[in-house]
Design a protein around this ligand. Structure first.
Ligand code: HEM
Length: 248
């Protein structure tokens, strides 16, 4: 905070287009204290880090349990990038299968399975049910992602389903809502998707992933920790084998 405030003074109040600066610019208008600004920054850090880490761990376990999918994603990375350089964000448009892997992981393993609690601010009727004003409402996006009425073979990890039918996951298609929807939709959704695409892309391009010797796929504990954020109950243990030249 001190560094940012000092930099603003030095530049004569000229603003950079980033989050800290936006908050400092709005400080007077919204009567934001320094403590509030620091609290908001921590909120963003907490909301952005755990959700992304959890999503990556679940995606990796599915890629290890499904070597066909892992190999197909790696073939796509090899075709689009080759073996002489590392992936960058500008490669994303050429990696449609990898982007479907991200989506499929979010369908089966949304890190916030019940989203965040919402409060009805008036009496509403949804799907024939009366929701009285003041009720706390949870939306079970985990169950929606596995509903056999919506998804064919719902428990199968098959990213191809999204090549066959493109389904939005940023709050516009109510079949898939890992980031929520509406006024309180996740403001970091696109950043979260980009982070996942980047991390999974690097992990798969650089390494092949398997289970430690002697561990069978069906022995992996696929249960999640109870709570708002659903980490894997038993942390994943995996073995990485280098695929790219070590200097990369
Ligand atoms: C894969 C990654 C992520 C997932 C799955 C995710 C999911 C969610 C969900 C389900 C909500 C609640 C939406 C609702 O109740 O309607 C939420 C809220 C939020 N997320 Fe994310 N998120 C992710 C990444 C991020 C990132 C990277 C940031 C910021 C850097 C972020 C910041 C927030 C904030 C600040 C809220 C609260 C918004 C509000 O209450 O108005 N999230 N997220």
């Amino acid at each position: 905070m001190e560094e940012h405030t000092a930099a603003r003074h030095k530049s004569g109040g000229e603003t950079k287009q980033h989050f800290v600066d936006a908050l400092l610019t709005s400080k007077e208008k919204y009567e934001l204290s320094e403590v509030t600004i620091i609290g908001l920054l921590w909120d963003m850090i907490h909301a952005g880090i755990d959700t992304t880490i959890i999503s990556i761990e679940w995606a990796m376990v599915e890629l290890i349990k499904n070597p066909r999918v892992q190999q197909k994603a790696q073939e796509e990375l090899d075709r689009a990038i080759g073996y002489e350089r590392v992936m960058t964000e500008s490669d994303f448009p050429n990696l449609p299968y990898l982007r479907c892997v991200v989506k499929e992981a979010e369908r089966l393993h949304p890190p916030l399975p019940l989203m965040l609690p919402h409060k009805a601010n008036s009496n509403v009727k949804i799907g024939g049910y009366d929701i009285p004003k003041g009720s706390i409402v949870h939306v079970n996006v985990w169950a929606m992602g596995r509903d056999p009425k919506i998804w064919k073979n719902p428990t199968e990890f098959r990213p191809e389903r999204f090549l066959e039918e493109d389904v939005d996951m940023k709050g516009h298609d109510f079949r898939l809502l890992p980031f929520g929807a509406g006024r309180r939709v996740c403001p970091g959704a696109q950043l979260g998707i980009n982070l996942m695409t980047s991390m999974l892309g690097h992990l798969l391009h650089h390494f092949s992933w398997s289970l430690p010797e002697g561990v069978k796929s069906e022995e992996i504990d696929m249960s999640g920790n109870p709570g708002i954020m659903s980490f894997m109950r038993t942390p994943l243990q995996a073995v990485a084998k280098l695929r790219l030249p070590a200097h990369l």
